[in-house]
Design a protein around this ligand. Structure first.
Ligand code: 3HC
Length: 287
């Protein structure tokens, strides 16, 4: 199956990067959809910033950057976004009901051959697929932040995802110059977040229990485990709301007590301190 047109749903932290890599690396025609003009503007702004960085470092030319931008079509209209898509990649907020409503719309408006992928970090692909009449073509395609830099795509097979769909997504990921891993069973958090999120929660518990300073917790893991970022910085980087949402999914789908979120995490999310995206989390990101 040949992919030429891709619709990316959600222009946020992940969606803008997925749109950029689809247009820049894979050379696809991309429709980037969000629900408000300001979200589209912000997403396109992030893409321009990223392309600017690549031009500055002479990794691409200004002409290349212009070509990439000309391949990305921001839109508020669902039909325009997905109407001719061969592949839809959904990167909307992590809410099951929202994703089900979106997938229902994709099912209605996309050509029947189209593959419907979700960038969900923890929600069940099998559940999302139930909103469509083509569960064999629904699949998880989980990117990592920043999408432009991180090499991995986790491919997640729902109960009814066909081998052919997995094969196409593997090829698409290669076209984007990503490495893939296959999550054979659709379990909460898949591979990476199943391991990462408990580590982030424990790092937050260390802050809560005042075992060490934030600087020292981060330094310990950077230098002791060679992570590029310490876990508190990383929690801020992925978003504290995202970390909390994933924890809730773990509580429902894995173990209620084991994944009980630290009170400090809940408090910060309640206060709207979500990390880098709101400029304030455990760290100050305003500069
Ligand atoms: N576009 C283009 N270039 C970018 C970029 C972007 N969006 N973001 C960063 N870069 C470039 C920088 O310009 C820089 O280039 P240079 O080395 O040539 O100067 C290079 O990438 C490195 O960036 P920085 O110098 O700013 O900082 P670092 O060296 O610390 O690298 C990082 C940044 C790549 C983010 C690194 O810190 C890192 O790998 N951190 C961990 C990220 C991680 O773990 N991500 C996964 C999170 S989990 C997830 O996403 C799953 C979800 O479901 C929760």
């Amino acid at each position: 199956m040949k992919i030429t047109k891709v619709a990316v749903i959600g222009a946020g932290l992940m969606g803008h990067g997925i749109a950029q890599v689809s247009a820049q690396v894979a050379g696809y025609e991309v429709y980037l959809k969000d629900i408000k003009q300001e979200f589209l503007d912000k997403g396109m702004g992030r893409i321009k910033w990223s392309l600017g960085k690549l031009v500055e470092k002479e990794k691409i030319s200004q002409g290349d950057a212009d070509t990439v931008l000309s391949r990305i079509h921001p839109t508020l209209d669902m039909k325009e976004a997905v109407g001719e898509a061969d592949l839809v990649v959904e990167a909307a907020p992590e809410k099951l009901q929202l994703k089900k409503t979106l997938f229902e719309a994709f099912d209605e408006f996309t050509p029947y051959h189209a593959i419907l992928a979700s960038n969900t970090s923890s929600i069940s692909i099998t559940e999302i697929a139930k909103a469509t009449k083509r569960p064999d073509k629904v699949v998880g395609m989980h990117f990592f932040n920043p999408v432009q830099i991180m090499k991995l795509v986790e491919i997640v097979k729902g109960e009814k995802t066909s081998d052919e769909t997995v094969e196409v997504i593997t090829k698409v990921s290669q076209q984007m110059r990503k490495e893939t891993v296959l999550c054979k069973r659709d379990r909460p958090g898949f591979i990476v977040n199943r391991i990462l999120v408990p580590a982030l929660l424990d790092a937050i518990r260390l802050v809560e229990e005042d075992v060490a300073s934030i600087e020292d917790i981060d330094k310990a893991i950077r230098l002791g485990l060679n992570w590029p970022m310490g876990p508190i910085t990383l929690a801020d980087y992925v978003g504290l709301d995202t970390a909390l949402n994933i924890t809730r999914v773990f509580q429902e789908g894995l173990d209620k007590h084991r994944y009980d979120p630290p009170a400090l995490l809940e408090k910060m999310v309640k206060e709207g301190k979500l990390g880098r995206k709101t400029k304030q989390g455990f760290l100050d990101w305003s500069r």
